[in-house]
Design a protein around this ligand. Structure first.
Ligand code: GL4
Length: 829
């Protein structure tokens, strides 16, 4: 209701807020009203962007009453809130998702049609908020969708970057980055609340003072910024629940008391404003490779400090006794990016709320849990003590004290083993003094989890071994999941309809029900309809590609997709070697064309702008694609497509059309993968290594319905220990040698042998990710793929079984696992 603290007399003010009538008429009326009064245009003078915005406002209007309700309940209910702390949320488009959640898709389609508007044209203008890099950010988006759908009180906290992940273009086959001005045409899904801003401080020094006989420390910061919250609705699917995603934007404080900035100088003071607002200006486009930049640490502290303060000040009831904090909240750390929240909560509890250190530490340890998302050593974040101490002096002191107490505990348990102490210390000494954020998170968190079984095992056995010995019960696994609403129901409407016809509608929130399709895999009629859906999805993708100005698909080709960030460990080069080898085989006549299935290789991948080798690989893919696609000798057989700017929106068109899913990382390097799950769920068969969640996919779908190749993780370790020499593999394998030689010869670079030379020598003399060692096994597996695809009926059967057995990979299941094993929280009614 509208009445707290106010004394209204108007009858409307006393009535509860209600949604507009859920009818075509009611929707059309609301839409037109929003077009007129929010957009300031008439229907006849409106353009498609006006229509999009008015439609978005209308969907919001329907969700609003429930949102008010659920927020009010959050304060009064005793339920525990999940605060998901994530520097990234790769949301994808919002319109369709929210229409679906609110059961408004049909009503809106009809209402707009009555206004003479084709809703598909309106859908197409939405720019997706790309506030994440890849899997980690998309996972956060899947998780908040599931939590809303399961009615778990949740606040997603993050950063409202003004520029998300860059737009990728190609110039002469090379990646060019363009800024992603996603806010330019308006952002109808968020609500700014400047009145709820938090002041976030930086730098300065600490001092002790006498607080009525108690010596305390306080932080005297040097400068500060305002964190302004922008709230987005996170509607659950068909359950009326609306949770909140709260993203923070940095704004200069009024009295921007910067040390060096002279308040009399107008130009300087505007510069100061720019300095402050830089904090939420741009998403760092690095995935799995943190750069240790000061602005990045500013971003991390900025959003985490604002989120913790917001939860305590605005979500908890007034006068809440903070001893009870662990019963009311769990702060889930999405990788190390928010880990500075640990010393921040300690600072709030000890310095501001004046709790005893030990009491504060007991609370803090119960309030945090940590998810690790990587195994790459270079991806484990560290901050130089120098930088951290300069930017957050009080936090560094707190980290030291946490570390002292922790190392004392290590000594108690393991004796004075100095090597062990050095290895486990939160403070690393080499090559420079630094804070190891993963260790801090592990020490502070109530639980530490990896994101797939193999990954969690490797964390326990290698990366965090000593900690796992010390606290075996702290470590657990939660295998990732993906939301079936966006990645099946919305992305693949035809398959969804077929499934619903066969099994009823319940699968959307209970994905294990897909098991019911197993029996239908043996039903010829069902197989035919399933195959027809796949074919229709390929035609749809082809139209999408054409509309983007890309090359359309050829009929009858197997669609072989590799869609993920460009990274050496993911081994896009291994895929290229397969393509080049097949091409060379056909052209030279060594391969019997009839044994080769007609295939389109489709890549989607962005490279971090500073990652030179990844950019060279992009160049190579495009160069090979150009030559192969233009060569008449492989016409109708091989085609390579690499549409630029792969993002969530494009993924939603590619995934339902895919036949083959490439998950070919070196075993032990891909923590989980989630594209692998989306593709299997949409009936693509996987060719993959025993890595990340591939292991679990294969176990579930069965060996007959999965193409396994490559070394296992222990085999990788063994070869590495023995001394890996990639050139040996080059010497011993004729196909491999021919493929590499062809690239080295300049065949894909207009005769210029220098262009791909660094790439070729890297493969021959370094090959950190052992592409050459797995080449033969990969080619053999691809032969099995070709043979299997030749029997279409058997292939479709295997595809159906992939769908039927992928229910486990729902993010709803992942959320249940987090609730049971880590959060000890529950849905509310
Ligand atoms: C990642 C992993 O690389 C990826 O395997 C995993 O699926 C994802 C979500 O857990 O997290 N870690 C980083 S860093 N980026 C990722 O995408």
């Amino acid at each position: 209701d509208n009445t707290s603290e106010l004394r209204p007399t108007h009858p409307l003010a006393l009535a509860p807020v209600v949604a507009p009538a859920a009818s075509v008429d009611g929707f059309a009326k609301q839409f037109l009203q929003n077009l007129n009064f929010d957009q300031g245009v008439t229907l006849s003078s409106s353009d498609v962007n006006d229509q999009y915005l008015a439609l978005a406002y209308t969907v919001r209007d329907y969700l609003m009453a429930r949102w008010f309700d659920d927020r009010a309940k959050q304060k009064t209910q005793q339920a525990k809130t999940v605060c998901y702390l994530s520097a990234e949320y790769l949301l994808g488009r919002q319109l369709d998702n929210n229409l679906l959640a609110a059961r408004l898709t049909d009503i809106a389609t009809e209402a707009l049609a009555q206004c003479g508007i084709d809703i598909d044209a309106v859908r197409a203008v939405e720019i997706e908020p790309g506030l994440g890099n890849g899997g980690l950010g998309r996972l956060a988006a899947c998780f908040i969708d599931s939590l809303a759908t399961m009615s778990v009180p949740t606040i997603g906290y993050g950063i409202r970057y003004e520029y998300g992940i860059f737009r990728q273009a190609f110039a002469d086959g090379q990646q060019v980055e363009q800024p992603d001005a996603w806010l330019r045409m308006g952002s109808p899904w968020d609500f700014a609340h400047p009145e709820a801003a938090q002041t976030i401080s930086f730098a300065g020094h600490t001092e002790t003072y006498d607080d009525e006989g108690v010596e305390r420390t306080r932080w005297v910061p040097e400068w500060n910024v305002l964190a302004v919250p922008y709230n987005m609705m996170v509607p659950g699917y068909h359950n009326g629940r609306v949770n909140t995603l709260r993203l923070w934007r940095a704004v200069a404080t009024n009295a921007f008391d910067l040390h060096t900035f002279n308040s009399g100088d107008y130009v300087e003071s505007v510069r100061a404003q720019t300095f402050a607002e830089n904090i939420s200006k741009v998403l760092y486009p690095e995935d799995s490779t943190p750069q240790g930049k000061e602005l990045r640490l500013q971003q991390q502290y900025f959003f985490v400090a604002a989120s913790i303060a917001d939860f305590i000040d605005n979500v908890l009831p007034d006068d809440f006794d903070l001893e009870g904090l662990p019963e009311r909240v769990i702060f889930q750390l999405n990788d190390t990016h928010p880990v500075i929240g640990v010393p921040e909560l300690m600072r709030v509890l000890v310095d501001e709320k004046k709790l005893e250190w030990d009491a504060a530490w007991a609370i803090t340890q119960k309030c945090f849990a940590y998810t690790c998302h990587t195994l790459l050593p270079e991806a484990l974040e560290v901050w130089s003590v120098d930088l951290l101490g300069r930017l957050l002096p009080r936090h560094l002191e707190i980290i030291y004290r946490i570390n002292d107490a922790f190392l004392l505990q290590v000594r108690e348990q393991f004796g004075d083993d100095e090597l062990l102490i050095r290895n486990m210390s939160i403070i690393g000494e080499h090559p420079y003094r630094s804070v190891r954020m993963a260790y801090l998170a592990t020490v502070a968190g109530s639980k530490v989890n990896g994101v797939a079984e193999l990954h969690s095992q490797l964390l326990r056995d290698n990366v965090l071994k000593d900690f796992a010995t010390m606290w075996p019960d702290k470590f657990t696994n939660v295998t990732n999941g993906v939301t079936p609403r966006r990645f099946l129901r919305l992305a693949n409407p035809d398959l969804s309809a077929l499934i619903t016809e066969a099994l009823g509608a319940g699968w959307t929130v209970d994905l294990e029900r897909l098991r019911g399709l197993e029996a239908l895999a043996d039903d010829a009629d069902f197989r035919e309809r399933f195959a027809a859906v796949k074919a229709a999805n390929k035609r749809r993708l082809s139209r999408v590609l054409e509309a983007r100005g890309d090359t359309p698909l050829d009929d009858g080709h197997m669609l072989d997709v590799m869609i993920k960030r460009l990274h050496e460990y993911k081994r896009q080069t291994l895929k290229v070697l397969h393509i080049v080898s097949t091409y060379e085989g056909i052209v030279s006549g060594r391969l019997d064309v009839d044994d080769v299935q007609a295939r389109t290789f489709l890549f989607g991948a962005k490279a971090a702008p500073g990652y030179g080798m990844a950019k060279r690989i992009i160049h190579l893919i495009n160069a090979v694609g150009e030559v192969v696609s233009a060569d008449e000798r492989v016409q109708g057989k091989l085609k390579v497509l690499y549409p630029a700017n792969y993002n969530v929106t494009l993924a939603e068109s590619i995934i339902p059309a895919a036949d083959l899913s490439e998950q070919i990382s070196l075993a032990g390097k891909e923590a989980s993968g989630t594209g692998n799950m989306k593709l299997a769920l949409n009936g693509a068969l996987t060719i993959g290594t025993d890595d990340g969640a591939n292991v679990e996919i294969r176990k579930l779908v069965g060996d007959d319905n999965f193409f396994l190749f490559g070394m296992s993780e222990p085999e990788v370790e063994a070869l590495w220990a023995e001394g890996y020499r990639p050139s040996d593999f080059y010497q011993q394998d004729d196909d491999l040698r021919r493929a590499i030689d062809l690239i080295a010869s300049g065949a894909f670079s207009g005769g210029d042998r220098t262009v791909f030379e660094p790439l070729v020598s890297n493969l021959l003399y370094d090959d950190r990710f052992m592409a050459l060692a797995d080449f033969r096994s990969y080619l053999d597996a691809q032969d099995r793929v070709d043979a299997a695809y030749a029997d279409q009926d058997a292939w479709v059967r295997a595809a159906i079984l992939n769908v039927a057995r992928s229910g486990y990979f729902s993010s709803d299941r992942a959320m249940r696992d987090y609730l049971d094993r880590i959060w000890h929280a529950a849905p509310v009614s």
